[in-house]
Write a protein that binds this ligand. Structure first.
Ligand code: M6R
Length: 602
């Protein structure tokens, strides 16, 4: 993934492609490239780094002049950010060039099959499997639409693809499944893009090809086909958004848009972490006697949740340390310990220092990061990637959810390898796989959280209490409320309240209880009754039976979920709450004061 643009018209394609990619830059990317029709072939130019690098390369090599082409900004998923992994990817003889957003889930199987058939791969990308598959289908069928129909039947996963065939001048093709792709036309020009901002300078009427649908752009206009290759209609829709609204898919803020992306991100992370080989061998996993997780902010909270899960599933001692503390301590760890550093950016200075310290001390290190090619990804001995895609809002939402999911998959794998799962682990795997549905349902509860935000946004303090995993969710919720709502929020282990904090509870003090762990529910319910009797206004976020919570003034119901994975659902209402508190206060939710997205200084 990340940004796609396609053009067929009468003017030189390159400026249109570059301008379109420029308008998609906000999505974040680490390399870019264009393919432009030229005479009887396709000329491809790619560069690692930002668009400026691509433009420099084009200037040095001489810009292609053709009037049809495709372009891409890539956010690395399969393979490091590099020229060979950048898109467009092409088939060896240059017959096919494609750009792709999404994940080809059966890329491994396709790679084997195509290699056996004599195809040679030149990149680490899943996209190249798609390019070569399309090449082989086109060679066999001779017709682009028939080839795309067959392609749709063979490929598993999500994709938005723009493609060109060197023997089909003045034609660009698109196909999509579970990933956005739009088309538009103006006079004699046709455009294809992954996002609306790229098309806004040319047209405000856009067509959304149906799921598995195919589109051809040629000098006569746009032509749509269904999954079986039959010509079909695709009515255009008028877009009234301005460029900034379009970047946010019509949401008011990136944070809200990114929250909405969580079901997909969690599903993609589950799939990629389940399918990619674990970076530790079975022998290594069996030899571990301790795990130490270190991270900052929300990533630290993801680590705290992971501790509960690893200890319960893998029966291994787990320590979690704030990276800025860990780096100045003399960590005592066994020589058979694994140190896991969790980071969205892979650049956070304290987490990086912690990683380096762990390496210096001779521990095995594993980085769980979102950004391919980031410093931590390069320096850690082993890497696991989350699939959150670029996150723009300073407050993390989707990257945190992806971190939780990656840790679930890792914990399940460790437990399996170490023989800790008595009997069948399928129900657990199934529960993890289905989390994306639960998250979607939680997001539908926005109205209730908006109402609760109305009740609290002018107050000064709020408390969040829970036990075990629920406490870790409270910590993340409190951080969000502070970060984007500028509201003093304290997360407490519910059992600790009476050791001091209870004295702060008075009439009307808001207290949110998170209760998702059946074996702890009655205990937390008791603590909530204590605050209620001192006048607190109690909101309970729960998967449990309402009857247990006589103390609750309001109940936020969560879908049923395996308790081990409940953090993934319970955090959603808290994200929504923090977001609406920030909005009601008129704050810049995406860029809270004093904070940076990536904290690269100590
Ligand atoms: O990029 P990282 O995951 O290493 O960042 C760690 C923290 O700075 C980050 O999670 C921060 O706490 C978020 N802004 C919280 O929303």
């Amino acid at each position: 993934m990340c940004g796609i643009i396609g053009y067929v018209g009468k003017r030189s394609a390159l400026p249109v492609l570059l301008a379109g990619l420029g308008r998609l830059e906000y999505r974040g990317y680490d390399s870019s490239g264009v393919a432009v029709g030229e005479g009887k072939g396709i000329r491809i130019v790619r560069a690692a780094g930002n668009l400026l690098r691509l433009k420099e390369k084009l200037a040095a090599e001489g810009p292609p002049e053709g009037t049809w082409g495709i372009g891409h900004t890539r956010w690395a998923t399969h393979g490091e950010p590099s020229v060979s992994n950048a898109h467009p990817q092409r088939s060896g003889d240059g017959l096919v060039a494609i750009v792709h957003n999404g994940i080809i889930e059966n890329a491994g199987a396709l790679r084997k099959e195509l290699s056996a058939a004599g195809y040679v791969f030149a990149s680490d990308t899943d996209t190249e499997s798609a390019a070569l598959l399309l090449h082989s289908l086109y060679r066999a069928l001779g017709d682009p639409i028939a080839s795309f129909v067959a392609f749709g039947r063979r490929v598993e996963g999500s994709f938005a693809i723009a493609a060109m065939f060197s023997d089909r001048p003045h034609e660009v093709y698109g196909i999509r499944r579970d990933s956005p792709l739009i088309a538009g036309e103006r006079d004699t020009e046709c455009f294809l893009a992954s996002d609306i901002p790229a098309l806004l300078p040319y047209t405000r009427r856009v067509c959304y090809p149906e799921e598995n649908g195919i589109v051809r752009l040629d000098r006569d206009g746009l032509h749509f086909f269904d999954r079986d290759g039959c010509a079909c209609e695709c009515p255009s829709v008028s877009v009234s958004w301005d460029a900034e609204e379009a970047q946010k898919d019509g949401y008011r803020h990136f944070m809200r848009k990114e929250m909405e992306e969580q079901p997909r991100v969690v599903r993609d992370t589950f799939l990629s972490c389940s399918e990619e080989a674990c970076p530790l061998t079975e022998e290594e996993i069996c030899s571990l006697d301790q795990i130490l997780i270190t991270a900052c902010g929300s990533a630290y909270h993801a680590g705290l949740s992971a501790r509960e899960i690893l200890e319960q599933l893998v029966h291994i001692p787990v320590r979690v340390e704030i990276a800025s503390e860990f780096r100045y301590r003399m960590p005592l760890c066994s020589s058979r310990a694994l140190v896991i550093v969790i980071s969205q950016s892979g650049e956070t200075a304290d987490s990086l220092a912690a990683l380096r310290l762990a390496k210096e001390r001779g521990f095995k290190t594993l980085a769980l990061v979102n950004v391919r090619g980031s410093t931590m990804a390069r320096e850690a001995e082993r890497v696991v990637y989350t699939r959150a895609g670029p996150e723009i809002a300073v407050a993390t939402t989707k990257a945190y959810s992806a971190q939780l999911m990656a840790m679930y998959v890792l914990a399940l794998h460790f437990a399996r390898v170490r023989g800790c799962l008595q009997g069948d682990d399928l129900p657990l795997t199934q529960a993890a796989r289905e989390l994306s549905f639960g998250i979607s349902r939680c997001l539908q509860g926005e109205e209730q959280m908006q109402r609760i935000a109305q009740q609290i946004y002018q107050l000064h303090d709020i408390f969040l209490v829970g036990r075990g995993l629920d406490h870790t969710v409270c910590m993340e919720g409190a951080l969000k409320l502070k970060e984007v709502g500028y509201l003093h929020a304290e997360a407490y282990a519910a059992g600790e309240l009476k050791h001091g904090t209870l004295s702060l509870i008075e009439r009307g003090t808001p207290v949110i209880g998170v209760v998702t762990q059946p074996r702890l529910a009655c205990k937390t319910a008791g603590n909530l009754a204590e605050v209620k009797s001192r006048g607190a206004r109690v909101v309970v976020i729960t998967t449990q039976e309402e009857a247990v919570f006589a103390a609750a003034d309001e109940i936020v119901r969560l879908p049923r979920v395996h308790p081990l994975f409940a953090a993934s659902l319970a955090v959603i209402p808290l994200q929504l709450l923090a977001y609406h508190v920030g909005v009601l206060k008129g704050l810049d939710v995406d860029r809270p004061r004093n904070l940076a997205k990536s904290v690269t200084v100590e």
